[in-house]
Ligand binder design. Structure first.
Ligand SMILES: [Zn+2]
Length: 156
């Protein structure tokens, strides 16, 4: 399932990327026409808080999900009732640019990650576009717990 969030839903888009969904987040220079074109051409679910955009999306028979709340947890819960999370895909995508992460050997990360992290973690991932390393930090468990609470079924 591929997604596109409108420019009011930046935090949600970042979370959806953490959960592994291919999520586009167009910046302010992308107008509504372009957002609709991209959603249509790439068959993406349009997630929007913009009523007008929602109506326009429905008119051209896009897959749309209208969000009313500004509360991130409620936004996530709403998306997760529509599209379930697959545990395997969590942490497979760069939160900054949406690029799929590459699994890298621990020894190659030594000079790039904090020493404490290097000592305590065994799995590392890398975004070749942002030149950024990822690992399952202390936030990871909290994040899984939060998602479990928000979605109906556990994602262990
Ligand atoms: Zn990236």
């Amino acid at each position: 399932m591929k997604l596109i969030c409108d420019h009011m839903l930046g935090s949600l888009a970042k979370w959806l990327r953490i959960l592994g969904f291919d999520t586009l987040y167009p910046d302010m220079t992308t107008n509504d026409d372009q957002v609709l074109d991209i959603a249509k051409a790439q068959k993406r679910l349009l997630i929007t808080r913009d009523k007008e955009l929602l109506i326009r999306g429905k008119k051209i028979q896009l897959d749309v999900l209208g969000i009313q709340t500004t509360d991130l947890d409620k936004q996530l819960a709403q998306v997760l009732t529509r599209i379930p999370v697959d545990r395997i895909q969590v942490l497979t995508r760069c939160t900054l640019c949406n690029t799929p992460l590459i699994s890298v050997e621990k020894k190659s990360t030594k000079t790039y990650v904090p020493p404490k992290v290097f000592e305590s973690r065994d799995q590392f991932w890398y975004c070749s576009v942002c030149n950024k390393y990822y690992w399952m930090g202390t936030h990871y468990e909290n994040m899984i717990e939060k998602i479990n609470k928000l979605s109906n079924k556990n994602i262990q």
